[in-house]
Design a protein around this ligand. Structure first.
Ligand SMILES: Cc1cc2nc3c(=O)[nH]c(=O)nc-3n(C[C@H](O)[C@H](O)[C@H](O)COP(=O)(O)OP(=O)(O)OC[C@H]3O[C@@H](n4cnc5c(N)ncnc54)[C@H](O)[C@@H]3O)c2cc1C
Length: 240
């Protein structure tokens, strides 16, 4: 299958999203179009200086398009090899990968949806939301809330972009919540799961898409199940 083929991509641009997070744009070599479904991930391979092969998964942060490009939203993990290797790449450098993989994708039929992420867990949700909101047919008649948990204001990755989507789409609601917001912060505070009951109210007919580290994903799954949600309505991707 094509997804198990090893492919090469060239880094087109790399820009910081915060002190330790970057947005990287790649172009897949040798193909006019790179197909994937919003929410999927790629398996990136490299060799460490002592020759050990290393493979790590990264969600595609950009929506599917007609070209051969994709983006990553990468967090530099302390003492982590791959995340630092990718964040240090110079423009024009190449990576090898396999994919796309994964079943963390939008389930038809569309329902009102709460998207829940912390940190770089925003990556696949950014892909899904751009894809959904790009076409009226995909989102008309549905409400979407993005609950995004980060530490402080500088960590609200893609903030202006999500605020523009809010301005253009009355059915999209962007709710960043800060665990360590300063006194000037007027928005939500605390962990994402504290705000989920307020968003879903007493409804159990929605979908939830949750992405981030295991502890957060598990807390939100348990919470939604305790509110009477069917587990099949709760889609999730864990990064650890
Ligand atoms: C399906 C999937 C999609 C993913 N998508 C993304 C993505 O879009 N962006 C992204 O930045 N990461 C993503 N990850 C995490 C990524 O695959 C790596 O685990 C991460 O980059 C660390 O790799 P490393 O080689 O730098 O560190 P490692 O050498 O693997 O780990 C170093 C240390 O950091 C801890 N650690 C590992 N991962 C994390 C983490 N994510 N946060 C905090 N501590 C960690 C480890 O326990 C270890 O102690 C995804 C993971 C999965 C399974």
């Amino acid at each position: 299958m094509a997804q198990f083929q090893t492919m090469t991509a060239r880094l087109l641009s790399s820009r910081p999203l915060s002190d330790y997070t970057k947005h990287l744009e790649f172009e897949v070599k040798g193909v006019p179009r790179f197909g994937f479904v919003a929410g999927q991930w790629l398996s990136v391979k490299t060799n460490t200086p002592d020759g050990e092969e290393m493979t790590r998964a990264y969600s595609i942060a950009s929506p599917p398009s007609e070209n051969n490009r994709f983006a990553f939203c990468l967090n530099r993990v302390h003492d982590g090899f791959m995340s630092n290797h990718l964040c240090k790449l110079a423009e024009g450098a190449e990576i090898t990968f396999q994919g796309p993989f994964g079943s963390f994708i939008l389930r038809p039929p569309m329902r009102d949806t709460v998207f829940i992420a912390t940190g770089t867990g925003i990556a696949p949700l950014r892909s899904m939301l751009h894809w959904l909101l790009a076409d009226r047919e995909r989102h008309l008649g549905h409400q979407f809330s993005l609950l995004f948990g980060v530490r402080d204001e500088q960590d609200i990755y893609y903030r202006e972009e999500f605020e523009r989507l809010v301005a253009d789409h009355p059915n999209f609601h962007f709710l960043p919540t800060l665990s360590r917001g300063g006194p000037e912060w007027k928005g939500l505070r605390g962990y994402v799961q504290e705000h989920v009951p307020g968003i879903v109210a007493d409804r159990t007919d929605m979908h939830a898409y949750i992405c981030g580290l295991d502890k957060m994903v598990s807390a939100n799954r348990e919470l939604l199940k305790s509110l009477g949600w069917d587990r099949k309505a709760i889609l999730y991707e864990k990064y650890d």
